[in-house]
Write a protein that binds this ligand. Structure first.
Ligand code: MG
Length: 238
């Protein structure tokens, strides 16, 4: 009797389960029929990005890339003399490669406009991206030359008083051959501008062995033996 009851209850439960599964999949199909295409939701994306950063995964991913870059530099230069290494160059991008603008990004909820950006740059308080700073120090210790190529504009004719230069020094980047600033009101693309700068470096007799940036536009266009891309889920510069 008990067995009979149990099996009856089981059958009822199975029927209820099947009914629910069918009902829910029907609702789902009706919904998806009414929504043909919906791009990713901006609010959800922002939360995901904040989680990526706050969880520490962003910095871990940066470290992974930088460690690979260090390994590459070691292998590329281990058999060279100091004199030979002094003819080699490494190119760094600045924003989200050498300096972090997380404070600005969070303050304006990943929004951007030129006035608030210039105001932020003038404060010269962007923190160093620590793994990149370590890579920079390692490169300097090998007597390899360093260059910065940035999409930032020069804001002061006197380089020593330019906020970007002040910020780089404050962050620990103490010496370089040149910082290339993007000229104001230029119409050339970022790729063309940055490629021209690297061409200029090589025309001076240096061989660029590494170019590191957070945007694909930092890295395309050649004039570097190797390129390394850092993560940046916050903005895109074509
Ligand atoms: Mg950048």
């Amino acid at each position: 009797m008990r067995y009979y009851l149990n099996s009856k209850i089981s059958k009822i439960l199975v029927i209820i389960y099947l009914f629910l599964v069918t009902y829910l999949s029907l609702i789902k199909s009706i919904k998806s029929e009414n929504i043909l295409y919906e791009p990713p939701n901006l609010g959800i994306l922002k939360n995901n990005i904040k989680y990526y950063i706050n969880s520490g995964q962003y910095e871990k991913d940066i470290e992974k890339v930088i460690n690979k870059a260090k390994e590459y530099i070691y292998n590329r230069t281990k058999d060279l003399t100091e004199e030979e290494r002094s003819k080699l160059a490494v190119v760094f991008d600045i924003d989200e490669t050498s300096l972090s603008n997380l404070e600005y990004e969070y303050k304006y909820d990943f929004g951007f406009n030129y006035e608030t950006w210039i105001d932020w740059v003038k404060q010269a308080k962007a923190q160093p991206i620590k793994p990149t700073l370590e890579l920079y120090k390692y490169i300097k210790s090998l007597n390899i030359k360093t260059f910065f190529i940035t999409g930032r504009n020069q804001l002061n004719e006197n380089l020593n008083e330019d906020p970007t230069i002040i910020n780089l020094k404050k962050a620990g980047y103490y010496l370089w051959e040149k910082v290339y600033f993007k000229p104001t009101n230029t119409k050339i693309s970022t790729i063309e501008y940055k490629t021209n700068c690297r061409k200029d470096i090589e025309s001076k007799g240096y061989k660029i062995i590494l170019n590191i940036g957070d945007q694909y536009s930092d890295l395309e266009g050649g004039y570097s033996e190797a390129i390394f891309k850092l993560p940046n889920p916050m903005y895109y510069i074509p």
